[in-house]
Design a protein around this ligand. Structure first.
Ligand code: HEM
Ligand code: HEM
Length: 184
C-alpha cells in the first residue's frame, strides 16, 4: 500500500480559549516563580488568574461547541473508553479535549480558584498571619505547578501519538492532523 500522507484541519479553539490559556499560564508561572512573597502585584496577578478562570467557567456554558463542558466533561464512561482505546493502541481522536486531559484541566481550574480564595483569606483580619493558611496556599501552588508540568508533558506526548501538534493548535486554534491516506 502506498504510504501517502493526508492532513485534516479542524478549528477547535476559539479566540477566547487561546487568550485565556496563555494569559492564565503567564499569571500562574509569574506568581509562582517570580512573585512568591505575597505583595500587591502577586495579589493582583492571583486575582487576575481567578477572574480568567471564572470567565472560562461561564464560557463553558455559552461558548462554541468545543469550549463547552458538555463537549468534554470527563464522565467515568468516557474516561474508561479513552483509557481502553489508548491501551489497545487505537488512537481515539477527540477534536476537543480528551477525557483525561479534561480531568486535569478541571483540577487546575479548581486549584487556581482555591489559590485565589486562600490568598484572599490571608489578607483578611480574621486569618491574618495564620500559618496553616500560608502552608495550605503554598501546597495548593505546588500542586498546581506539578499538574501543569504533567499537563505540558502530556500535551507533547499526545501530540506524537495523535500526529497533531496540540501546542500549535492552542496558538492558532486549528488542529492539523497528519495521517496516512489509509486512515491509520
Ligand atoms: C495563581 C495564583 C497564585 C499562585 C500560583 C500563588 C503562589 C504563591 C506562592 C508560591 C507563595 C509563596 C509561599 C512561600 O514560599 O512562602 C505565595 C505566597 C503568598 N500569596 Fe499567593 N499565589 C496565588 C494567588 C494569590 C492571591 C490571589 C493572593 C491574595 C489576594 C495571594 C496572597 C499571598 C500571600 C499574602 C502570600 C505570603 C504568604 C506568606 O507569608 O507565606 N496569593 N503565593
Ligand atoms: C501553569 C501552566 C498551565 C496551566 C494552568 C494550563 C491550563 C490549561 C487549561 C485550563 C487548559 C484547557 C483550555 C480550555 O479549554 O479552556 C489547557 C489546555 C491546553 N494546554 Fe495548558 N496550561 C498550562 C501550561 C501549558 C504549557 C506550558 C503548554 C505547552 C507545552 C500547554 C499546552 C496546552 C494544550 C496543548 C492544551 C489543549 C489540550 C488539548 O488539545 O485538549 N499548557 N491548559
Amino acid at each position: 500500500m502506498k504510504n501517502t500522507t493526508t492532513t485534516r484541519n479542524v478549528h477547535v479553539w476559539d479566540r477566547f480559549i487561546r487568550v485565556f490559556h496563555w494569559s492564565l499560564v503567564a499569571c500562574v508561572l509569574t506568581n509562582f516563580f517570580f512573585m512568591d512573597d505575597g505583595d500587591t502585584p502577586h495579589q493582583w496577578l492571583g486575582y487576575a488568574a481567578s477572574a480568567l478562570v471564572l470567565a472560562r467557567i461561564a464560557w463553558g456554558f455559552i461558548g462554541p461547541r468545543h469550549a463547552r463542558f458538555s463537549d468534554f466533561f470527563p464522565t467515568p464512561a468516557r474516561i474508561r473508553r479513552h483509557l481502553a482505546d489508548l491501551l489497545s493502541g487505537a488512537t481515539d481522536h477527540h477534536d476537543g479535549h480528551n477525557p483525561v486531559g479534561a480531568l486535569v484541566m478541571l483540577t487546575m481550574l479548581a486549584l487556581v480558584l482555591s489559590l485565589g480564595l486562600s490568598g484572599f483569606l490571608q489578607t483578611t483580619d480574621a486569618f491574618w498571619g495564620e500559618e496553616w493558611l500560608q502552608e495550605l496556599h503554598e501546597m495548593l501552588a505546588s500542586t498546581l505547578i506539578a499538574f501543569a508540568g504533567l499537563h505540558a508533558a502530556a500535551a507533547i506526548v499526545m501530540s506524537r501519538i495523535e500526529r497533531t501538534n496540540l501546542i500549535a493548535a492552542m496558538v492558532t486554534g486549528v488542529k492539523v492532523r497528519r495521517g496516512r491516506a489509509d486512515g491509520r
